[in-house]
Design a protein around this ligand. Structure first.
Ligand code: GRF
Length: 227
């Protein structure tokens, strides 16, 4: 482990591991709230499947141990996935946060962490599972776009949704402008979801999302506040 800090990470609460592949701006929002004490979790480790990404630097600067799990350095994907499972188990992770992690996890890992693994996906799910969500929303002349935090299940981007940040698509909107606005909302809704879990307010029960003791018929929707 290339430790970017004490092995126990930062903050106290649920032992949380964040998986990334890139820039880590969502990770940064989570680090900031953990450091300020607004989010009561123990950020124990950050794992990236790519070396040299900015997200790893953010973790190291934040005092969180980091690990690179380069799939290419294993004989095949299954062996790499087994190494990841062993790593997560060794970290005694109670909560796994996918934050721009660009790999599909095997069913064994997903089911081992059922109800304890979250993802953020840049669309108003169930619309636009998969890639290029901004482009697809613009091409379809949608009125709304956004981002969703959901529990992870074996089917890609199909787990029960918890909360969405929604923005109206403007005239002359570009992928870049839309992404910038949606991402501002991600920094709100992801830490908020983690806070709900940390406080014992949010659970997955029989594939249903429960918040504050009630099943959620629809995800919570936060609309962008116009300037
Ligand atoms: C986020 O926009 C998220 O919706 C998607 O990947 C992006 C990761 O961005 N899953 P960052 O690495 O957190 O900056």
């Amino acid at each position: 482990m290339t430790a970017g800090g004490a092995l126990s990470g930062i903050g106290s609460g649920l032992r949380t591991v964040v998986l990334i592949s890139g820039g880590g701006t969502n990770l940064q929002a989570i680090i900031n709230q953990t450091r300020s004490g607004d989010l009561a979790i123990n950020l124990r480790a950050v794992i990236s499947d790519r070396a040299g990404v900015l997200g790893l630097e953010r973790a190291e600067r934040g005092g969180i141990p980091t690990q690179v799990l380069d799939y290419g350095s294993y004989p095949d994907r299954t062996v790499a996935e087994r190494a990841l499972a062993t790593l997560l188990a060794g970290l005694d992770a109670e909560l796994i946060v996918l934050a721009g992690f660009m790999r599909i996890l095997p069913v064994e890992i997903v089911t081992a962490y059922a109800g304890r693994m979250l993802n953020i996906h840049p669309s108003l799910l169930p619309k636009y599972r998969g890639l290029h969500t901004y482009r697809r929303a613009l091409e379809n002349r949608d009125q709304w776009h956004g981002s969703t935090v959901h529990f992870v299940t074996p089917e890609l981007d199909a787990g029960p949704s918890i909360i969405q940040y929604r923005v109206a698509i403007h005239a002359n909107e570009t992928e870049t402008s839309l992404q910038a606005r949606v991402q501002q909302g991600e920094y709100l809704i992801y830490p908020r979801t983690l806070g709900w879990i940390a406080a014992g307010r949010l659970q997955l029960r029989d594939d249903e999302v429960w918040l504050d003791g009630l099943p959620l018929a629809e995800p919570v929707v936060i609309d962008e506040t116009p300037d």
